[in-house]
Design a protein. Structure first.
Length: 219
């Protein structure tokens, strides 16, 4: 919903009738008015951030669900299925290897000077075909364990986010497991996946985000 999806599917039918399923449905129903209100605001805008490139039918190989975890470390991702040649910043994982023209496209993107974040798995596979030593290239240490990103300390995350968010004229300081969504017209959402409240600073503005909660603004 927060990147513009028009529908959501509850999965799976059997699971919704046992264990935590009924409570999950009750919680969803209670929150539907807020969710629909946010969806209406999102629909009026375009998401901003790092283009997250996943070619159709591409394999994650050792980086299963890497986009989920990258989003949870405060990188605002904008999904796309074609190479994001015109994006202000981009995030590429091993999924991108399904693109047969990838090396040339990555080389051209680097040449523009815009920030490019690669997983270590992809960087290793491109190292002999693309010059990755440019100052606008950053490597995310996934180490074949995407969930390990959730252990990165805030200092490392703040350092990583800095140049990437600068491309969309934003700054963000926050602990791990806090997601950021940016939109045109100055809209934003900060979502806390932690089991405790967290302090964050978005564009110089201090915010407190409740446990498993979110804050939003729709100018």
């Amino acid at each position: 919903m927060l990147v513009g999806a028009r529908e959501s599917m509850l999965f799976c039918f059997g699971g919704l009738h046992r264990e935590t399923g009924p409570a999950d449905i009750a919680a969803l129903r209670a929150n539907l008015p807020e969710l629909l209100a946010v969806a209406r605001e999102v629909r009026r805008r375009q998401p901003l951030g790092l283009a997250a490139y996943k070619p159709p039918n591409s394999s994650p190989q050792e980086e299963l669900r890497v986009f989920d975890f990258a989003g949870m470390i405060g990188l605002p991702l904008v999904p796309c299925h074609e190479f994001p040649a015109d994006a202000p910043a981009a995030f590429l994982s091993v999924h991108a290897l399904a693109d047969t023209n990838l090396a040339a496209e990555v080389g051209a993107f680097i040449h523009t000077g815009r920030p490019l974040l690669l997983t270590d798995g992809l960087a290793r596979r491109l190292a002999d075909r693309v010059n990755l030593t440019a100052t606008n290239v950053y490597v995310l240490a996934v180490k074949a364990r995407p969930d390990s990103l959730l252990a990165l300390p805030q200092a490392r995350l703040d350092e990583l986010r800095g140049p990437l968010l600068n491309a969309v004229h934003a700054t963000f300081r926050a602990p791990n497991r806090v997601a950021l969504y940016l939109f045109t017209q100055g809209g934003w959402v900060v979502e806390n996946f932690n089991d405790a409240p967290v302090p964050v600073v978005l564009n110089g503005r201090p915010l407190a985000v409740e446990t498993r909660g979110w804050r939003s603004s729709w100018p």
